[in-house]
Design a protein around this ligand. Sequence first.
Ligand code: GTQ
Length: 347
Amino acid sequence: MSELGTLEGLPKEYVKGLADRNLVPLWPSLRQVLPYGIPSRRTVPVNWRYKDIRDNLLRAGDLTPIEKAERRVLVLSNPGIGLESMQATPSIYIGMQLILPGETAPNHKHSPSAVRFVVEGEGAKTIVNGEVCPMEKGDLILTPSGLWHEHVHTGHGPVVWLDALDLPLVYALEASYCIEGESQPVSNRPDASQTTYTKAGLVPSSVIRKRGGSDYPLLRFPWRDVSVALQDYASVVDKDELVQLAYVNPTTGQPCLPILGFSAIMLRPGEERTLTRRSASAVLHVQSGKGTALIDGAELDWDESDTMAVPTHANVQIANSSTSEPAYLFVVDDAPMQQKLGFYEEF
Ligand code: GTQ
């Protein structure tokens, strides 16, 4: 393979003449944007320990009233990309949000899609287009693009959840914006996970007949159901199979949001596993349990409610260090986007 020409190898007045006309030569940068074999990645494997986040988040609760924050969030920023970029991976924004008793994080809607995965506390609710979604530890709540959402807390003690948004992508596309609104009128009916979509394989017949309805029929996935489903699945599959279930739209079977994908992994007691190497980036959040991870050579110890970044194309091994208890991981990835755009790969 021949060496490509450099910028320095070109006459200065030529390069300057190009720049004056808003032109640049490709060949000095070609290998940077199209490296051989594996993409260049700035994202580094990192573990954000909940212990550290929690102390600082509670301190934010003292320092900044909700009225001065709108959303009281500490952002998990990947140091390889740069802290100011607010990217856990190139496409995934992750924040940890605190709401205190009596507070309201006011109603708004925006072009990026978000999900909440509840980390601790009881008594908070997210209202999404009038649907009241209770927030219990491990529950996943969707606030898709363009849907009104506000968070309220009428219980006791702090409530913390993890926010995952496709913000980096939407922002890079100069398409990210928000609209404020009055507090929503709420439905008296419990959320769809308790009423309309209570069992896998059963959906309202009218939805199927009309092939219409909401793009987001199910907004809340209670952890109670997910953990039982993982245990039931683990009890029947071969020991060498990864116990992982994907969160999908119950009327289409497709990923529940367009850009980011969500799934839950159960690691059996003592289980060690190499994950399939993929072109997608990911974030692993520990719902419960403790263990170790080896991500592109970086050794990380993880504990309950920790959160780790997985770069695109990374080699990942994870292990449950308990020999008596399962460990549960919540996974966010950008596979749905990569699949739609036609460059998703598994290696
Ligand atoms: O709760 O609506 O972490 O709008 C970032 C932006 C949370 C939210 C974030 C948001 C929210």
